[in-house]
Design a protein around this ligand. Structure first.
Ligand code: ATP
Ligand code: MG
Length: 653
């Protein structure tokens, strides 16, 4: 029985290792699956830390994603369904998408955009965003999508980093029934971005907006005079496809550059392995196109495969927490890809919203962005996947350009373990190492590194090769340093434990944030948790827990005791927290990740630092105020020693 159970893992690992040892011929074979104008001469030219993939090959991303399907049965199938929170819909067949992409490519050409120029997109989740990306790629220009939730300052900083001449934006975005004045924010940014000469404005609404004579043009007006066909620019495989800024969870975002050939080959291959995607898939990724997940999962990978994409403009719980499940039912979504933070939100709302919908079309569920806590995994598996759909917990980064560690049901489904991203994909030489780069014995925590180049890897940080070397290639010799903390178990499964710089050191033990948080979430009443360290003269650090309760629960000392009990049982007495605070919000990035460094700054009473990527400033204010009250209370009762006692007055819930 035991042997039978682990057989798929062994077979998968063998295949995985073979791909690593014979990596160039392995990737060369994968590259044959996407359309090239000219075949490459050399699979890889590696001058650490810069890789050139498929050197000598030429292609075009928009041709590979759209034109190819016009020569097949897919030409009249739907490439893109779009829907907004009010239920307005649009759809584009591959033929229609081709027409729009070509016409906008012609517009860009008429505006003077040339091969190698950078075009910045600051747009809500509307089809024109996808069209603009593909049109930019069609003429060999480079796109930089900036998430439309960013402020004018964040937008200006990123535009100035790229030196772009053209900005594409919209009059408004729509969020929770309210209009977000994107053009106004963009105008503000444009006061300090001297390089931008032209602004193309998409009319998302009928509201009035100010236009600047000579600079601003309307998308639909420009499209009137456009050509229906623009010859796709033949670009080198190494030609940059896009620059994308990281989410900024840990600090100042980095402008990550991705080349055309390597990125497309890697995404074609990995979406086939991980999602078992095909041209019959109805693929819905809920991420914003402004993040790497959106680039790969809403645009490039599904279109390369000729699948149908769902693009939804809206938040998960508006107009009500049933909206997403209704979309899955109505479009017959087969692959659903979201983040742990969204799943945790739905756990808070309870199951009644889900039960109203038929989710039987789903085949595979995905998770990305943070570690998915085992309890959250189990809930997702049961209530969304009907205990029928494998969950692919996909670990990757903006820098890796594609999924690196994940189950791969498209090859072979290995036994899943809730909370583990399972095994590295074929050709990915991932390892967990110690301080001097030595591989850790199974079960021992360390740093996640990648020891061999892979086609999706970044070409570096835009205009800053030194920072690229410093951040990723100086920590361990000859290895790409991910900055994440992990453990590899005795079956080779990877467990991501959080950011390496957020690891807690308690009495000589290193504890990853994810393992403590998962234990807190394992209590039946906690929906979300974040932990940080507070310095302690004896132990090094003490654990501070911030927790959000599920609906219907009130903060009490009893619940704190239960959390302490669970932590002691699941991790050990070492994980006994010094403080537990119940809050209603946690500081998150605009991509939905918990910003522990903000919490850490609050508990350590130091400056909070760069918060431009923060989703909701109110969360910081709330926690700060609650924490201040807690400290005052401590001052009033200096003799109080017991952990977790009488803290509920500091709570904000
Ligand atoms: P910055 O690098 O600017 O601080 P960021 O790291 O949040 O921002 P991204 O590239 O969007 O920017 O996110 C990649 C990171 O997200 C990974 O390094 C990891 O910490 C986390 N992550 C992504 N997927 C997973 C996953 N499946 N399990 C655990 N962590 C994940
Ligand atoms: Mg990062």
């Amino acid at each position: 029985m035991e042997k039978e159970k682990f057989y798929p893992v062994r077979r998968y690992i063998e295949l995985q290792k073979k791909a690593i040892s014979d990596s160039e011929s392995f990737w060369g074979k994968e590259a044959e699956e996407i359309p090239w104008f000219k075949r490459w001469d050399k699979v890889l030219v590696w001058k650490e830390p810069f890789a050139q993939w498929f050197v000598g090959g030429t292609l075009n991303a928009s041709y590979a994603c759209v034109d190819v399907h016009l020569h097949s049965w897919r030409k009249n199938k739907i490439a893109l369904y779009w829907e907004d929170e009010r239920g307005n819909t649009k759809s584009f067949s591959y033929t229609q998408l081709h027409r729009e992409v070509n016409r906008f490519a012609s517009v860009l050409k008429n505006l003077g955009v040339k091969k190698g120029d950078i075009v910045v997109l600051y747009s809500p989740m509307i089809p024109e965003l996808v069209i603009s990306m593909l049109a930019t790629a069609r003429i060999g220009a480079i796109h930089t999508v900036i998430f439309s939730g960013f402020s004018s300052q964040s937008l200006a900083d990123r535009i100035n980093d790229t030196g772009a001449k053209v900005l594409i934006t919209a009059d408004f975005g729509v969020r929770r029934g309210k209009l977000v004045a994107l053009k106004e924010i963009a105008d503000d940014a444009l006061n300090s971005t001297p390089t931008v000469k032209k602004v193309v404005l998409v009319r998302r609404t009928r509201e009035e907006v100010k236009m600047k004579e000579g600079r601003d043009c309307l998308y639909h007006e420009l499209m009137k005079d456009a050509e229906n066909y623009v010859e796709p620019e033949v670009v080198e495989s190494t030609h940059p496809l896009y620059i994308l800024y990281t989410s900024g969870t840990t600090g100042k975002p980095k402008g990550i550059v991705h080349s055309t050939g390597g990125y497309l080959v890697y995404n074609y291959a990995t979406y086939k392995w991980v999602f078992d995607i095909s041209d019959e898939s109805i693929y819905w990724c809920t991420a914003d196109v402004g993040w790497v997940t959106g680039h790969s999962s809403i645009v490039y990978a599904p279109l390369l495969h000729g699948a149908t994409i769902i693009m939804y403009e809206g938040v998960p719980d508006y107009p009500d927490p049933g909206k997403w499940w209704e979309i899955i039912e109505r479009y017959g979504v087969t692959i659903f890809y979201t983040s742990p933070t969204a799943v945790r939100m739905f756990i808070r709302y309870g199951e009644e919203w889900i039960k109203k919908h038929d989710l039987s079309s789903l085949k595979i569920l995905g998770s990305v962005g943070e570690s998915i806590n085992p309890e959250v995994w189990k809930w997702y598996y049961k209530h969304i996947g009907g205990e029928r759909c494998p969950i692919v917990d996909t670990w990757w980064q903006t820098e890796t350009g594609g999924i690196m560690i994940s189950p791969a049901p498209g090859i072979e489904l290995v036994p899943l373990k809730p909370g583990s991203a399972t095994l590295p994909l074929p050709g990915i030489d991932a390892e967990v190492v110690g301080d001097s780069g030595e591989p850790m014995t199974p079960g021992v925590k360390g740093y996640l590194v990648i020891r061999k180049p892979w086609p999706g890897m970044t070409n570096g940080i835009y205009k800053d090769p030194d920072r690229y070397k410093e951040v990723y290639w100086s920590r361990f010799k000859g290895m790409y340093y991910t900055g994440d903390y992990a453990i590899k178990d005795d079956e080779g499964y990877f467990w991501l434990l959080g950011r390496a710089d957020e690891v807690l050191k308690v009495a000589g033990h290193r504890l990853g944030t994810a393992e403590i948080e998962s234990a807190v979430i394992a209590t039946p009443f906690v929906a979300e948790a974040a932990v940080v360290g507070i310095p302690d003269p004896i132990k090094g650090e003490n654990i501070v827990v911030f927790a959000i309760l599920k609906e219907g629960h009130k903060p009490t000392d009893k619940l704190k005791k239960e959390i302490i009990g669970t932590l002691r049982k699941q991790i050990g007495p070492i994980a006994t927290p010094k403080e537990i605070h119940f809050v209603t919000k946690l500081p998150k990035t605009r991509s939905g990740k918990i910003m522990r460094r903000v919490l850490k700054a609050i508990v350590q009473d130091v400056a909070v630092g760069d918060v431009t990527t923060l989703e909701d400033e109110a969360s910081v204010e709330e926690i700060k105020a609650g924490y201040e009250e807690f400290k005052q209370m401590l001052k009033g009762k200096p003799k109080r020693k017991k952990v977790g006692k009488k803290q509920s007055r500091s709570n904000n819930n």
